[in-house]
Design a protein around this ligand. Structure first.
Ligand SMILES: [Fe+2]
Length: 283
C-alpha cells in the first residue's frame, strides 16, 4: 500500500473523530521512542495506527529517531545561514505571494507575537520556488505525519494564502538565552505539533531546550532523548515550550545555540479570525 492511499487517511481521521469526543489532552503522559522505519510501518497497520492515535490523545509524546540524515540537517543549517546573510531581517503577513523571509525576534519584537520567544526564525513557503530545494525531502516525511493526523497525504501542499491554510517550514536558532514560553498549539488544521530536531544537547548547547508539562505541573526536560535528525510529535494541546538555552553558561560570546525546524499548516492572513498558538498558565 502507498501513503497516497486515501483509505488510510480516512481510517485515521475516523479514529481521531472517535477519540476526540473526550476532552483534549493538556498534559504530557509518557514519552515513546521509535525508529522512523517502524513509524512508517505503523501507518500501514490499522491496529497499530489506531493505538498510536489513542496514545497521542492520552498525551504521549513520540520521538521518531533518525527521520532525517545528519547530512540533510547540516545542509539546512547552511541554507539558513546563507539566506539570513543575504536578506535583511523583516516580517510579512501570510498573504497571497508572501515571500520567504527571516526575522530576528528579540525581547522587543517578541511583544508583537502571541507567544513570547527569543529566536531567529526563517520561514519558507512552496510558492517562492523553493530556492534551497528543501521541500521534496521534508514533504516526503511530512506526508506520513499528515496521514497520521487524519489528513490526506498531500493536503495543503499546493495551497496558497487565499486558500486559507498554508504549509510553512520554519527553521530557527534559539541563541544563548533564547526560549519559547509554555503554550498550546492550534489543532484545527494539524492535530500534532511537529518538531524536527537539529541540535544535540552537549554539542551545541549545555542546558535548556524542549520540555512538556505533566499532570503534576512539572516541566519534563526531553532534550536528553533528542538527537539531530529526530522528529518529535505530540497532540497540539499538550502544554510545551523551550527552556532558556544555556542561561547558566557564564562563557560570554560563545556561539552556543539550539537549532530547530517546525512544520506547520497555518491559517493564512487571508483567513478571517485566524487561530494561532496561545500562551498558557501552568494550571
Ligand atoms: Fe508548539
Amino acid at each position: 500500500m502507498k501513503i497516497s492511499n486515501n483509505k488510510i487517511s480516512n481510517f485515521s481521521n475516523l479514529i481521531w473523530n472517535k477519540v476526540e469526543k473526550k476532552p483534549r489532552p493538556q498534559f504530557m503522559n509518557s514519552l515513546k521512542i521509535l525508529n522512523y522505519k517502524d513509524f512508517q510501518n505503523i501507518i500501514f497497520d490499522k491496529k497499530k495506527l489506531g493505538v498510536m492515535i489513542q496514545d497521542l490523545y492520552k498525551g504521549n509524546i513520540f520521538i521518531i529517531k533518525k527521520a532525517f540524515s545528519k547530512k540533510f540537517i547540516s545542509k539546512l543549517k547552511k541554507d539558513f545561514l546563507h539566506f539570513t546573510k543575504n536578506n535583511k531581517s523583516q516580517f510579512f503577513k501570510m498573504k497571497e505571494n508572501c515571500p520567504d523571509f527571516h526575522r530576528i525576534i528579540d525581547k522587543e519584537v517578541s511583544k508583537l507575537y502571541s507567544i513570547k520567544a527569543i529566536k531567529h526564525s526563517a520561514y519558507f513557503f512552496h510558492w517562492n520556488g523553493d530556492p534551497y530545494k528543501i521541500f521534496n525531502k521534508i514533504n516526503s516525511r511530512w506526508r506520513y505525519l499528515k496521514v497520521l493526523g487524519g489528513r490526506k497525504y498531500n493536503e495543503f501542499e499546493k495551497n496558497t494564502p487565499k486558500d486559507g491554510i498554508v504549509d510553512r517550514i520554519q527553521i530557527l536558532k534559539y541563541p544563548k538565552g533564547g526560549s519559547l514560553e509554555l503554550h498550546s498549539d492550534p489543532y484545527h488544521n494539524q492535530r500534532m505539533f511537529i518538531s524536527i530536531y537539529m541540535s544535540k544537547k552537549g554539542d551545541d548547547f549545555e542546558s535548556g531546550g524542549f520540555f512538556a508539562l505533566n499532570k503534576k505541573r512539572q516541566e519534563i526536560d526531553l532534550e536528553n532523548e533528542i538527537d539531530v535528525g529526530d522528529i518529535g510529535i505530540g497532540y497540539a494541546t499538550v502544554k510545551h515550550g523551550v527552556k532558556k538555552i544555556d542561561k547558566n553558561n557564564l562563557k560570554e560570546n560563545t556561539s552556543n545555540c539550539r537549532w530547530f525546524m517546525g512544520l506547520y499548516s497555518n491559517d493564512s492572513d487571508e483567513k478571517k479570525n485566524r487561530i494561532t498558538a496561545r500562551p498558557i498558565k501552568k494550571n
